[in-house]
Design a protein. Structure first.
Lengths: 224, 224
DNA sequence: CTCGTACACCGTACGTCGTACACTGTACTA
DNA sequence: TAGTACAGTGTACGACGTACGGTGTACGAG
């Protein structure tokens, strides 16, 4: 039996790096990244804590692998459409994935080496921009700008406790206004009132900035 | 002796919430947020670990207070200039502060309630936009867009191990290219080469996106 | 001058964490 | 059948956050 077949059998019945990391992501999703410990993870897998170290060198490596799984979930830019539609797809997908795994945002800051899925993603991303007529340098700029917007948006969204217009209205009345004296924070009070009055939907906020950024980038590409 | 005077004396000699939090920020800056423990913090202050709990209810509250100190360091928008210059000042200051305290970025995701400095900052920020002629709704959009860009930029920058053109060139040759097979990652290879050839300076990247975003927002304000 | 009270501060202890290390059992090779 | 490799584990160590029950000193009341 070859080493590969052994690996195959092992992954059918017992543990495997894939299984460990996937379960870790699930645990972090449901309990938060602070609730993810090697012992709890092992418990969820029906194994002893130390068994995990046969598939992961350390918890740090586990976290790196978890981040790369998150990147795997992000759509790659489709090749058959115009660059703006493609980027919109990627950006939207990224936002959704990061909303699903909010712990990933905070983790990205501290880990420096990108995983394979991350690299594949960057390659496809710049490929799309280059094909659309951006120079290598401008594509780098666009890359930074778009990613900054998406990550920053996800970061802000993760620290907000509401997702819909109704939840927002509720929070404004029950939580925000009580702690915002109108004489000290006139503009925030005005904003809060205006948002509630307009039926402001936080879900649409993302599109606004994204469209603005894409439109601003359009004239920078050397049209084919 | 009034309670206030007592507090004054105490802050001259012994501990105080201010001293605790400031030292915690210093520790997180030098050792990373993982290196910040109540015991080590107490040690740095020449006190016992449990003494800290007279000034801070829990480590979570300490982290919240640390974040608010970071917001205190960010410049408020000056009132005497045009809105673009003001926003540029704020954005640049935010970027610098977050570069000084990279741990703060990852912390923002998990803590939901904004501190007083954060609120003051938001108020001044929207005030500036409203005075420049943006509607309350558009000001909210601009707020999201600008903050997303700045936070996202800081997040990406924090996970990069280089700050100057020279360091970049060194990293490209020694670390990136060796792990990027040209046939699998043609565009990343091209980009890396183009950046090094152009003497690309990462420090200037921030300005590019910021200017683009500001210019894109300009037509959205109802000119006075 | 003494006592009671308040409060800043701390020592100890508990449960949990990551993980080093030495150990099982099982499966396959020779 | 003996040997080897390796998946999986049990125990133990040092560090963590923090509950709890102390100390000591400062000060107003008697």
């Amino acid at each position: 039996m070859s080493a590969k077949e052994q690996r195959q059998v092992a992954s059918d019945a017992g543990l495997s790096k894939q299984r460990v990391v996937v379960e870790a992501v699930r645990l972090a999703d449901s309990e938060g990244v602070d609730g993810l410990s090697m012992r709890r993870l092992a418990g969820a897998l029906g194994a002893g804590a130390m068994s995990l170290y046969h598939y992961v060198a350390s918890k740090d490596e586990l976290l790196d692998a978890m981040i790369d799984i998150v990147f795997e979930e992000i759509e790659l830019p489709p090749e058959e459409t115009d660059w703006q539609s493609a980027m919109r797809r990627v950006a939207t997908s990224t936002r959704q994935v990061l909303a699903r795994h909010p712990w990933a945002i905070g983790l990205m800051e501290s880990r420096t080496s990108p995983g394979p899925a991350n690299l594949r993603h960057r390659e496809a991303f710049t490929a799309c921009l280059r094909r659309a007529g951006f120079s290598a340098l401008t594509a780098t700029h666009a890359n930074w700008l778009l990613n900054s917007y998406v990550y920053g948006y996800a970061l802000q969204a993760a620290s907000l406790p509401f997702d819909t217009a109704d939840e927002l209205a509720e929070m404004v009345d029950d939580v925000y206004l009580p702690q915002l004296p109108p004489d000290e924070f006139p503009y925030l009070n005005e904003s809060a009132a205006a948002l509630v009055a307009a039926g402001y939907d936080p879900a649409e906020e993302f599109t606004f900035g994204l469209d603005l950024v894409l439109a601003a980038l359009e004239p920078l590409r050397a049209s084919a």
